[in-house]
Design a protein around this ligand. Structure first.
Ligand code: COA
Length: 182
């Protein structure tokens, strides 16, 4: 999915007692715990954090967010990452969004995603993309709420999105496929 610009980002307040903080040394394990707990579709280890994000502390401090509950425990994470695989230049990537299962469905992902997109904007990215899967209905709704739209360059993706729309997902499907400016 793509967001063609990073202006006019919707804002959502954090509930009382919740806060956002950035990556700190040792948080690769925090991240793995959260992603593993949130994600019913794949297994994730702390090594995976290194593979995906590297080990540059300054970069991670700038780009990786944790959402903390009252008391300070991390219950969510999301990362304002670089584009890759053809999405370089001014694309930023929303990467590995996860809310701990016992905290899902309370709107907590929204202030977290706002912070990620705002951080991408401040770091000089001008557009954002992400990769997700059709089974992730809450994620799809979240991204649509934030102005992401389907990347319809492949005909087979259009039919998948049409099925999702028939199943009740509030998604608009433009006639013209999005053309990324690479
Ligand atoms: C996706 C995820 C981050 C959303 O976080 P969340 O805090 O539970 O979501 P929110 O409560 O903020 O709700 C976001 C949207 O999803 C909808 N939603 C929440 N739970 C849902 C569910 N079980 N089924 C369908 N939609 C759901 C909400 O209604 C909201 O949409 P709306 O604004 O149109 O009402 C969280 O469910 C999660 O961690 N899932 C597992 C990991 C994952 O799929 N990550 C995304 C990878 S791309």
């Amino acid at each position: 999915m793509v967001r063609r610009h990073l202006e006019a980002l919707p804002t959502f307040p954090l509930p009382a007692g919740y806060a956002l903080r950035m990556f700190e040394r040792g948080d690769a394990a925090t991240w793995a715990r959260l992603v593993q707990a949130a994600d019913l579709h794949q297994a994730v280890s702390a090594d995976r954090h290194r593979e995906v994000f590297g080990e540059d502390l300054d970069t991670l401090r700038q780009r990786q967010f944790f959402l903390t509950a009252p008391g300070g425990e991390a219950v969510g994470t999301a990362t304002a990452w670089y584009g890759s695989g053809g999405w370089e230049r001014d694309w930023g990537r929303v990467h590995w969004v996860a809310i701990r299962p016992d905290c899902q469905g309370r709107g907590l992902s929204k202030p977290l995603l706002h912070a990620v997109l705002e951080r991408l904007r401040r770091l000089g990215h001008r557009r954002a993309y992400l990769i997700t899967e059709t089974v992730r209905r809450a994620a799809l709704r979240l991204y649509l709420r934030f102005g992401f739209e389907p990347d319809l360059r492949r005909a087979e993706d259009r039919s998948v999105w049409m099925d999702l729309r028939r199943a009740g997902l509030p998604v608009a499907l433009p006639d013209c496929a999005f053309e990324p400016m690479r």
